[in-house]
Write a protein that binds this ligand. Structure first.
Ligand code: FAD
Length: 339
């Protein structure tokens, strides 16, 4: 998302630009996402949800997202809804295929199967963070594109950049645990997003979480991730199975886990579902300034999940940050290279 946004904005400004895409398709995790590009209504709301993030970067997202959404629509990206259904946030939902096509059109040359040229300048790093590496190291599930391995982070550090706080934090979801099998097309529908109605417990039935769960449930997912292999159980009392989370009931989500071969135990009291924390994107990354320049590294910018320090301590829209800082990176490159 961030790389395509940066390239599209750079071309608009008259710069020559090439997008290097390591994967066999453009769009990254954005293409697999629910594609709700949102911001908190207020900076205070953002700070409440992500208390350890950089307030200067958060302010930019809050102030610039609305114009950036209109820009995406002006490029031809199809808008499916102009609200998020969450009173804390505002934003639009796009059709991911249509958004990807519109951005690729606007970005110009996209070289598939091509890693970015290390050492080059000016270079905007937008490789989607290091979800793959983090999931492998911590033996968690991966709910993201398969190519985001931290290449941008490594390049930034090699060239003098530094890491933000929260390098062990990620945005993710509880997914049905093995032996359930799920792939890209199940990322959204198989998520077990009812931790707030469940008791999270270990194999022996001992609780692994105490207290309220945040609306995004990312706090609970971090607790799951601290278990061996990120695995635990959600026990849901029968009376909670009709509860709705967006358009689905808890029972629908449990049925999806069962359909995929997950472990689901039922008795008169309710159900117990084996879940595993799965990484969608990393939250820590390269430290950037307000122009998306990698602090300490000449000729280098970073946006999207390669740039850390925006959501630390919580959860917000990765697509929104990728959009806003992707555009800012292009504008900054334009200013600096024309000096
Ligand atoms: C199932 C799911 C649902 C989601 N729902 C939402 C949602 O509703 N709202 C929201 O805000 N966010 C959502 N997200 C998160 C969102 O998709 C990400 O925050 C966003 O895509 C991050 O943008 P990015 O540009 O950093 O990474 P990406 O969009 O993943 O793009 C990174 C690109 O870099 C490429 N790459 C990796 N390494 C290299 C290299 N060395 N050289 C060249 N290219 C490389 C990758 O192949 C990829 O195409 C969701 C994600 C998933 C998976």
């Amino acid at each position: 998302m961030a790389g395509l946004c940066a390239a599209a904005r750079a071309r608009e400004l008259g710069l020559d630009v090439v997008v290097h895409e390591k994967g066999d398709r453009a769009g990254g995790s954005m293409l697999l996402s629910s594609c709700v590009v949102f911001r908190h209504r207020t900076l205070d709301g953002f700070r409440e949800d992500c208390p350890d993030g950089d307030p200067a970067l958060q302010r930019i997202v809050v102030e610039e997202l609305d114009d950036a959404l209109a820009w995406l629509e002006s490029l031809g990206a199809p808008v499916l809804a102009r609200e998020t259904g969450n009173p804390r946030t505002v934003g639009w939902r796009f059709d991911p295929d249509g958004l990807s096509e519109a951005l690729v059109r606007a970005a110009g040359e996209v070289r598939l199967g091509s890693s970015f040229p290390a050492g080059s300048s000016p270079l905007v790093l937008a490789t989607g963070g290091f979800a793959g590496r983090l999931a492998r190291e911590r033996r968690l599930g991966l709910r993201a594109n398969p190519w985001s391995e931290g290449d941008g982070l490594d390049e930034g550090l090699r060239r003098g950049g530094s890491e933000t706080a929260g390098m062990d934090e990620f945005y993710g979801r509880a997914m049905p645990a093995s032996p359930a099998r799920w792939g890209e097309s199940d990322f959204v529908r198989a998520s077990q997003l009812y931790g707030r109605f469940a008791h999270a417990e270990d194999e022996a039935g001992d609780p692994i979480w105490d207290g309220d769960v945040a609306w995004h449930e990312n706090d609970l997912v971090q607790a799951l991730a601290r278990r061996p292999g990120g695995v635990a159980w959600y026990r849901v009392p029968a009376a909670q199975l009709d509860q709705r989370v967006r358009e689905r009931t808890v029972a629908d989500m449990v049925a999806e886990a069962e359909r995929l071969g997950g472990e689901v135990e039922r008795d008169d009291g309710g159900v117990r579902v084996k879940v595993q924390a799965a990484v969608t994107h990393t939250i820590g990354g390269l430290r950037i300034d307000e122009e998306a320049r990698v602090v300490g590294a000449d000729g280098l910018w970073a946006a999207g999940a390669d740039a850390g320090g925006i959501f630390t301590g919580g959860y917000a829209s990765g697509l929104a940050a990728a959009l806003v800082f992707g555009r800012r990176a292009a504008e900054s490159v334009d200013r600096i290279t024309r000096r």
